[in-house]
Design a protein around this ligand. Structure first.
Ligand SMILES: *Cc1c(COP(=O)(O)O)cnc(C)c1O
Length: 390
């Protein structure tokens, strides 16, 4: 019999009742160290006092008004984002997949406005993940996500990971945009080298192609810069942001240059909930705290600390782990056994990690994880690996 909740997830038999910092308390009273953060969402940990205060204060004032009206909280958050990024303008959504939808629409509309309506084709990469809407699954094009879902939105071309020559020859007079995650999350913490992002930017400039960065997972401070592409010293035309920006409140944003956004005039796009006062108040507090250079420096330091510990974990457990990859606090452990087994061994040791493709488990802790919790995480991962090796 089908359960009341549609069974589209492979769920662990674990339910949590309370969160505090990097810790989650399960129904049975057991405490788990959370290195998944709701998949890179709880950037400030669980129940961060400043976010609780912001949320409850706003909840007592105003939750939702229509985008028929001016929303000051939205303007404030948009201002914080445009001040600190390449972007001139922002549209708010409730999720990452909705940012994919707008990024695709915006890119196509741009060329339409430029008198090149034939430029509709978007180039994406193997292993990519951009969400679960019909447009986003067409963009990522992975067999497991698209099979059985009928005709896909046309106009996407999929290239092999890391094949530079293929990118150049794939761009034609029909090409609209290139969409890429600077670090693939679901794909297994695969980092695009800075040189490649630079090369891609040059290629897009040469050919009038728009460059879309999907920073839904790798953005919002995770790599030690507010956005991951900053390390490469290049900027996109359009950027997708979600997950961490709400710190746990459903919120996403599409950031764009004035030029890239020029087709998106009144009536061309919208959302009922997107950018509501509650979400934007929380988002503004998250951006304020995370974009502080001192906070970001700490992310880099903590990332190096965790990474160092993981390197020795790999050395101690060569039958379980192969290598460490990633940047900042977006780290992956390449595993010998199936990642699902490592995740399960983690449950046994009281630590939560997340499986990804390419035989990797992801470590995406809260960006403010205390050093003591990093040490505890390494101890628990060691226990999990010892149990697995036995
Ligand atoms: C999670 C994710 C998405 C989709 O976000 P949802 O909020 O689940 O719709 C898109 N792109 C990347 C890179 C992601 O990690």
């Amino acid at each position: 019999m089908i359960p009341p909740v549609l069974p589209t997830y492979n769920r662990a038999p674990l339910a949590f009742v309370k969160g505090e910092g990097s810790w989650l308390l399960a129904e049975d009273g057991r405490r788990y160290l959370d290195l998944g953060s709701g998949i890179a969402v709880n950037v400030l940990g669980h129940a961060h006092p400043a976010l609780v205060q912001t949320l409850t204060e706003q909840a007592g004032k105003l939750w939702h008004v229509s985008n028929v009206y001016t929303v000051p909280e939205q303007e404030r958050l948009a201002g914080l984002l445009t001040d600190q990024t390449f972007a001139d303008t922002v549209f708010f959504t409730n999720s990452g997949t909705e940012t994919a939808e707008l990024a695709i629409k915006m890119a196509r509309k741009f060329h339409y406005e430029n008198g090149q309506p034939e430029r509709v084709e978007i180039i994406a990469f193997e292993g990519a993940f951009h969400g679960r809407s019909t447009g986003a699954i067409a963009a990522a094009g992975s067999e497991k996500m698209v099979k059985g879902f009928g005709p896909l939105m046309p106009g996407f071309k999929h290239l092999k990971w890391g094949d530079h020559d293929a990118i150049r020859s794939a761009i034609t007079e029909k090409t609209c945009a290139v969409i890429i995650e600077p670090i693939q999350g679901e794909g297994g913490i695969r980092v695009v080298p800075d040189q490649c992002l630079k090369g891609l930017r040059d290629l897009c400039d040469e050919t009038g192609t728009l460059l879309i960065f999907d920073e839904v997972q790798c953005g919002m401070g995770r790599t030690g810069r507010l956005f991951a592409h900053e390390w490469a010293g290049v900027t996109p035309d359009i950027m997708m942001v979600a997950k961490g920006i709400g710190g746990g409140f459903p919120l996403g944003a599409v950031l764009a240059t004035e030029n890239a956004a020029k087709g998106m005039t009144a009536g061309t796009h919208g959302s009922t909930y997107g950018g509501n006062p509650l979400g934007c108040a929380v988002g503004a507090k998250v951006v304020e705290l995370v974009s502080d250079p001192a906070f970001l420096a700490e992310v880099t330091r903590k990332g190096a600390l965790l990474r160092q510990g993981l390197e020795s974990l790999v050395a101690r457990h060569p039958t379980v782990f192969e290598s460490v990859r990633g940047e900042g606090l977006m780290l992956g452990l390449k595993c010998k056994p199936a990642p699902a087994d490592v995740v399960k061994a983690g449950y046994g040791a009281g630590i939560l990690v997340i499986a990804a493709a390419d035989n990797v488990v992801r470590l995406l802790p809260a960006l403010n994880i205390p050093d003591a919790d990093i040490a505890e995480a390494l101890t628990r991962l060691d226990q999990a690996a010892t149990a697995l090796a036995a």
